[in-house]
Design a protein around this ligand. Structure first.
Ligand code: TUI
Length: 312
């Protein structure tokens, strides 16, 4: 399937992997790239030199293109932005902020830039700043989210900008892929399903929680202080939401989530950890290799979109 995204990124399928903090390290990123999509290293809150190592480790195991996601709330974002340019990564995606100040440096280094946006205004601003595309991410997504749904955001962003749009949030199979294309997307980003991939280093307890999740098992914490984060309901979210309702301060709530994503991913603490996942977790039913996932998604999407129909 050819779109402006496959052309821009020189990949087989217009399917990119979410740049999930702690989860999207080089094993996962290289496996998605090897399967014909775009694997992405998620810098999350990591130090810049760790990110440089991840880029080099990915290069050592795949010749396919891959990307780097920079979470802009990371205090080391400036240094990581520089690492992206120095290492000459193919493409940078960004999250949770405005990457405008890095754009010139990345462009000069030949890095493609695809910021993740949660509004039409941000998409327009990124186009003006020279972005090569945008990921329009709906609030069905796991992790840090905006307020618009994928269904409403994607067509509005697609109408507002000329650059190609990648849809994210609530997509885990070929139906979601095809639906996103109907809304005007030329690519999709998938996160939650890849968390349970065989190549994902995420602790088994976390994977099992996603596989067991039903449609309504996620919660959004942090709405009151302007940092909404979607994750699976557990003891931590119950406690958090109780405190939040009672008017607890940002600092008090922070105490509950400090290091909690690492606790879930590395230690498998499904009780007190942050089990970031999107609303589509209920559709994710088995651990498969990235190749199996990508092939299954693309086969279903192509059948629905009619790309494999033969003339008679
Ligand atoms: O970035 C994400 N999702 C994330 S980042 C993350 S790391 C984290 N860890 C612990 C606690 C909290 C976060 C987990 N999930 N998605 C992309 C995204 N970006 N969603 C929404 C936005 C966004 C929001 C505001 C993009 C731009 C924006 O603009 C604000 C501005 O500066 O104008």
């Amino acid at each position: 399937m050819k779109t402006r995204i496959t052309e821009l990124l020189e990949i087989e399928y217009p399917l990119i992997q979410g740049g999930m903090a702690w989860v999207a390290e080089y094993h996962l990123a290289s496996a998605v790239s090897e399967a014909g999509g775009l694997g992405i290293i998620g810098a999350g809150g990591a130090p810049a030199e760790f990110v440089r190592e991840q880029i080099r480790k990915t290069r050592a195991v795949t010749n396919k293109p891959f990307g780097l996601n920079i979470m802009l709330m990371n205090p080391e974002a400036d240094a990581i932005a520089k690492v992206a340019a120095e290492e000459g990564v193919k493409v940078v995606t960004t999250g949770a902020g405005n990457p405008g100040k890095y754009m010139k440096m990345w462009k000069e280094a030949g890095v493609r830039v695809i910021p993740v946006v949660a509004s039409v205004a941000m998409a327009r601003m990124m186009e003006r700043a020279g972005a090569d595309g945008v990921v329009a991410e709906g609030m069905e997504s796991g992790g840090h989210i905006g307020s618009a749904t994928t269904m409403t955001l994607v067509p509005q962003v697609a109408d507002a900008v000329e650059i190609p749009v990648i849809a994210a949030g609530g997509i885990a199979d070929g139906r979601g892929f095809a639906a996103a294309f109907m809304l005007g997307a030329e690519g999709v980003q998938i996160g939650t399903r890849f968390v349970v991939a065989k190549e994902s280093i995420v602790h088994d307890n976390y994977k099992k929680k996603i596989i067991a999740a039903r449609d309504i098992d996620s919660e959004v914490t942090g709405m009151s202080h302007g940092h909404p984060v979607r994750q699976l309901r557990n003891q931590m979210t119950r406690e958090y939401l109780k405190l939040e309702k009672a008017g607890a301060s940002f600092e008090e709530l922070e105490q509950l989530t400090l290091g909690a994503l690492r606790k879930a991913v590395v230690e498998g603490d499904a009780v007190n950890g942050t089990l970031m996942a999107g609303q589509i977790a209920g559709l994710v039913k088995e651990e498969q290799s990235c190749r199996e996932m990508v092939e299954e998604i693309m086969e279903q999407a192509e059948a629905l979109l009619g790309h494999n129909r033969r003339e008679v």
